[in-house]
Design a protein around this ligand. Sequence first.
Ligand code: 5GP
Length: 342
Amino acid sequence: DKFYRELPKVELHAHLNGSVSFQSMEKLISRKPHLNIEHSMTAIRSGQRRTLDECFQVFKVIHQLVDTEEDILMVAKDVITEFAADGVKYLELRSTPREEKNTGLTKRRYVETVIKAIHECKSEGVDIDVRFLVAVDRRNGTEVAMETVKLAEEFMLSTDGLVLGLDLSGDPTVGHGRDLLPALQRAKNSGLKLALHLSEVPSQLEESDLLLNLPPDRIGHGTFLHPEVGGSQSLVDKVVKNNIPLELCLTSNVKGQTVPCYSQHHFQYWYQLGHPCVICTDDKGVFCTDLSQEYQLAASTFGLSHEAIWKLSQQAIDCTFAPENLKQELKQRWIELQPQGL
Ligand code: 5GP
């Protein structure tokens, strides 16, 4: 629908390697025919569901296809350009720095390459502001988390604000947040913003309680925080008291089966509280979606008017990690782009 495509949008929860489109995937597959990877192994199509565990297997396949500097530059530029074509004006992209012994890729080079992609898109006139969040994969434990934080700190200083924060992601059934707390605390103290995946699965209550004390600057998913799904009022109170925005990804949660169906998505719970909620894609390539479609789904599922959707996309600006002057510029753009009669 034209309204959703033309709606100016902010994307705050997008994993680089999960966002690789069908077209880019075709290019990668043809570059590496010896891997015998088919497109059906890298995307979950309409109507299909996978367990969360199977979703994480998909990332392993994609990582095999994206393992050189050249690959990363290509997918990062493609992903940025695709978000821009979908009407996204501001994007916070996240990715886990990866070392690949076979190709000589280092974690530092990985981050440099994503930054290069952001610069190249800018100089080619792609109409989108992009910032980067360095991701910590929880599976890799305490020491890697600390190394990643140090790398993120360096880039925060050397890129003049292109690196704004840290993401915590990876398989939620592996590891415990307690072990990552010193790294997260250090990141926070050094001025990195924290976007943490919290309570994606029901077993994370204690961990969420602990991590909420930091507190994080944004929450990814937060599917099982509220009491109706086995969370607790005290967790909700912490989120509300600290006014921590939630990044909500409808298709991802339904296809990954952490939420039984769209109408039971926790968007409803938080939106009714008047709590800041930001609609996001998570992994637009893997889940075969885009941000326009996610906004349209939220509207049709929860009966939101165009006016309510406009407000939702506008309020997302305040949930970004962008500096105040950029937030003001974005707000000005939203005013200029606002359709008559809204
Ligand atoms: P990358 O960081 O390699 O650019 O993107 C893929 C990675 O993002 C995955 O390996 C995983 O660590 C993380 N990721 C992507 N989607 C999800 C999700 O829905 N939940 C969690 N916890 N992590 C995710």
